[in-house]
Ligand binder design. Structure first.
Ligand SMILES: NC(=O)c1ccc[n+]([C@@H]2O[C@H](COP(=O)([O-])OP(=O)(O)OC[C@H]3O[C@@H](n4cnc5c(N)ncnc54)[C@H](O)[C@@H]3O)[C@@H](O)[C@H]2O)c1
Length: 269
């Protein structure tokens, strides 16, 4: 259902790899709500994924950019404003990657070059993105910036590995930058802490099938899907949430506040 929530708004969407990606669903819904945007992803992901199909469907241009590379970000932000015809109202950071996770290295046996790379891609890129937007004064007042995170930033999920630390850093950057961006430009910055979701990044975590099923049984409303995450993101991009900033917002069917559910208890009785 479309409400025209984002009519006339312009933005950049990072992280649509394929149709399962949270960013993919978000792009489709932002388009339905009347927003226009540039899509971006790392050059290598453009070859692996199917972002051009999404671009066609949503009438968007694609600009490759490695989110860890400030020059790429500068070029992207300049070009996006040119293409869209003005400053930006929304930005989605939907990026995450850990080589330790991918290569099956344990938390207690990390390859620190990989740890560094994962931190840069998954967390520091968010600072680089906002610092570049801020320096270029590329956001309109009352604009909204959202990044995606996971509850392993607060509680231990052993197989989430060094991504847990990356997410803790990411959430902290949202708070700290949110302060300055709010003061200077009235721009809000939030993270959405999403349920386990079957995407390329999600399924790459060892034991994913186990913890998505566990979360489903623990959450009174069930796990939140990628589509539902996109809906929630739209509200944060809209003018209906102007004073929400510097928050980590759980979008998880209630999981984060449940100690134990009836279903989980029954499996032990
Ligand atoms: N899937 C889950 O269970 C889950 C749960 C909570 C939060 N999240 C978060 O949601 C976000 C999106 O992930 P997803 O689940 O849609 O998976 P996904 O694999 O579809 O998306 C991850 C994206 O990050 C991009 N990326 C990686 N390195 C990059 C770089 N250097 N520069 C630019 N882009 C780069 C990838 O190309 C890909 O498009 C991530 O931050 C992820 O941690 C996912």
């Amino acid at each position: 259902m479309a409400y025209n929530l984002l009519k006339g708004k312009r933005g950049i969407i990072f992280g649509a790899l394929d149709e399962n990606s949270i960013a993919w669903k978000t792009a489709e819904k932002v388009h339905e709500e009347g927003g226009s945007f540039v899509l971006t992803n790392a050059p290598i992901a453009m070859r692996m994924g199917s972002i051009n199909q999404l671009a066609e469907k949503t009438n968007a241009k694609v600009i490759p950019a490695d989110a860890t590379n400030v020059e790429d970000l500068e070029k992207l932000i300049d070009e996006a404003q040119e293409i869209l015809g003005g400053k930006l109202d929304f930005v989605l950071h939907s990026i995450g990657m850990s080589i330790n996770v991918r290569k099956g290295r344990k938390y207690t046996d990390q390859n620190y070059d990989w740890t560094h790379k994962g931190l840069d891609v998954s967390a520091m890129s968010f600072h680089k993105l906002m610092q570049t937007l801020h320096k270029k004064d590329a956001m309109n007042e009352w604009g909204s910036i959202v990044a995606l995170t996971y509850m392993a930033a607060q509680r231990v999920f052993p197989d989430y590995n060094d991504m847990a630390d990356n997410k803790a850093f990411l959430e902290s950057i949202a708070r700290s930058f949110g302060y300055f961006y709010g003061k200077d430009k009235k721009v809000r910055v939030n993270t959405i802490s999403q349920s386990p979701t079957p995407t390329t990044a999600g399924k790459g975590v060892k034991g994913f099938d186990g913890f998505i099923a566990y979360a489903e049984k623990m959450s009174p409303l069930g796990n939140a899907t990628a589509d539902e995450c996109a809906d929630y993101t739209l509200t944060l991009f809209s003018d209906l949430t102007k004073k929400v900033t510097m928050q980590n917002l759980f979008h998880d069917g209630g999981f984060s506040n449940v100690g134990v559910s009836q279903e989980v208890m029954e499996s032990f009785q």
